[in-house]
Design a protein around this ligand. Structure first.
Ligand code: HPA
Length: 247
């Protein structure tokens, strides 16, 4: 049986234009307000769910996203698995602008975010296993799609998650590189851990939209990032269409 995929769209993907909308739900949520409604619809003939991480229009910065409300809303709306789309900076030389990465590891540098569902009213203390933060079978499916579509990608990578909303200093990126990070972004955590707490298999498709701080001459500008986002997201839309049909 096909599993229902929930897509969390990041920067540059506030809407799925090719989703044939069937319903839009805003459920009563014990964790507060999600970033957007959950849009239900058909993509490649499959029922999928879509949520805009930063709102639609884009208005919520990474450190203000209510990750718990978002994950809870998707689970409640019937998600079986989650595919997260994230715009990131490239640290490793292989992670050039426009490159796609399906990370397999995370280093979490965020702080002060509501990062667990297991906080109050506990009958017992819960520690989820998080050695492999992404679902390996979904990762393999996604990598297979990228291979078949002949899209330039890396099948592995470590995603370093910073607090934002500012970008990093060059020294911070140097430290992250020494820590083994290949890409840097602001939204993979606590999202991935919360999905695990809810028992939702979770995978990430990361689009490199700029060289990380100190990895290229000059400042990182939003104009440069936006140019990469618009062409990169077209490619991502085609990946999503194929992926949801295969899960
Ligand atoms: N750093 C952190 N987050 C990002 C970046 C970056 O360089 N690019 C896109 N999201």
């Amino acid at each position: 049986m096909n599993r229902r995929v929930a897509i969390i769209g990041g920067t540059g993907l506030s809407r799925l234009d090719d989703l044939r909308l069937t319903d839009e739900v805003c459920l009563n949520n014990p964790f507060g307000e999600p970033s957007s409604t959950v849009r239900k619809g058909l993509l490649s003939g499959r029922e999928v769910l879509f949520l805009a991480r930063h709102g639609d229009p884009h208005r919520i910065p990474p450190h203000k996203v209510n990750y718990r409300a978002n994950l809870w809303a998707l689970k409640e709306a019937g998600a079986d698995v989650v595919l997260s789309v994230n715009a990131v900076g490239g640290i490793h030389p292989a992670m050039g602008t426009g490159h796609l990465c399906v990370p397999d590891q995370i280093v979490d540098y965020t702080w002060g975010r509501d990062s667990t569902f297991f906080e109050t009213d506990l009958d017992f203390v819960t520690h989820i296993d998080f050695g492999q933060p992404y679902d390996e079978s979904l990762r393999q499916t996604l990598v297979g799609v990228l291979e078949r579509l002949s899209i330039d990608h890396s099948a592995h990578g470590t995603y370093g998650v910073t607090q934002g909303p500012r970008l990093e200093t060059t020294a911070e990126i140097r430290r992250m590189e020494a820590d083994g990070c290949d890409i840097v972004g602001m939204t993979a955590m606590p999202e991935a851990a919360l999905a695990r707490e809810l028992g939702l298999p979770y995978v990430c498709l990361a689009l490199v939209v700029n060289p990380a701080a100190g990895k290229a001459e000059g400042a990182i500008t939003m104009a440069d990032i936006e140019a990469v986002l618009s062409s990169g997201m077209e490619q991502i839309r085609s990946v999503l269409r194929t992926f949801v049909a295969e899960v």
